[in-house]
Design a protein around this ligand. Structure first.
Ligand code: NAD
Ligand code: ZN
Length: 248
């Protein structure tokens, strides 16, 4: 796997890494994409289900869609890309993974410095009072009611049209502004404001590396591009750090 020319020098002086991951980093773990082969939900677009109006108009249907996605995730495991990013934490003084994924796989792989800018599909909170609510998912075939206020319980993911969690996105923006190296991995760069983070980093002087098998909206702006699946590309990048920090 060839890394971009001059990348060794970037690795040598790198003290701070900010990573943005999207659905592509989990693809090789078998995480279903929204438009996967299973026909059940194919007649809906995610934008039609993942928004508060849909939930209020048809709570049971939206709940069922999340139950289906949660079930698909129940025995999914992190892949080599998640694991390599977890190892990178020990190799640079400062690192943050900002993920758009709601699957929790970075943490399962051992990453400790992760912000979930689109929430976490395994968690729930009350739509009305916003308090977190612990439930046993299998016991409910529609949204349960909040024990505090009687409002409807919903998955703790960010829906289209909703604000991103302020603290998580603020941390991601700070990391993007201060990093030496920004890795954009498996994200099409379409969903904003997450897609602004690579631009923030580059405009603040970071080297911007994209890892994605397909060209994205970011490609022409990146300083370097690794056209490979995440397991291959991320392993190569982290391998360069391992080689430079602990040459054997
Ligand atoms: P996206 O679907 O818009 O883009 C996915 C990107 O991944 C594409 O550029 C594609 O070329 C790339 N890709 C495909 N296979 C890859 C691989 N093996 N290695 C590396 N890259 C690969 O995804 P997005 O930019 O994350 O935006 C979609 C939204 O949907 C996000 O908000 C995300 O939270 C949500 N989503 C999350 C999950 C999850 O949690 N795993 C799954 C589906 C969608
Ligand atoms: Zn409530």
């Amino acid at each position: 796997m060839n890394l971009p020319a001059g990348f060794d020098a970037i690795v040598r002086r790198c003290r701070s890494v900010c990573v943005l991951t999207g659905a592509g980093v989990s693809a090789e773990s078998g995480v279903a994409t929204f438009r996967g082969a299973d026909g059940l939900w194919n007649k809906f677009r995610p934008e039609e289900l993942a928004n508060v109006e849909a939930f209020l108009a048809n709570p049971k249907m939206v709940w069922e869609w999340y139950a289906y996605r949660r079930q698909l995730l129940s025995d999914v495991k992190p892949n080599e890309a998640h694991r390599a990013l977890a190892r990178l934490e020990a190799l640079v003084p400062d690192m943050l993974v900002a993920t758009q994924n709601v699957d929790g796989l970075h943490q399962l792989a051992g990453s400790t410095k992760v912000v979930e800018i689109h929430g976490n599909i395994r968690k729930n909170h009350c739509q009305t009072c916003k308090k977190p609510v612990e439930i046993v998912l299998t016991e409910h075939d529609g949204p349960p009611l909040c024990p505090s206020c009687g409002g409807m319980v919903r998955p703790s993911v960010v829906w289209f049209g909703e604000m991103l969690p302020r603290e998580a996105f603020g941390s991601a923006e700070r990391a993007a502004r201060h990093c030496d190296l920004f890795l954009s991995i498996g994200t099409s760069g379409i969903v904003h404001p997450a897609a602004s983070l690579p631009f923030t980093a580059k405009n603040s002087g970071a080297y911007l590396l994209e890892i994605d098998p397909e060209p994205t909206l970011l490609s022409s702006y990146a300083d370097g591009v690794v056209r490979a699946p995440a397991t291959v590309g991320v392993s190569a990048v982290v391998g360069a750090f391992e080689h430079q920090r602990n040459p054997s």
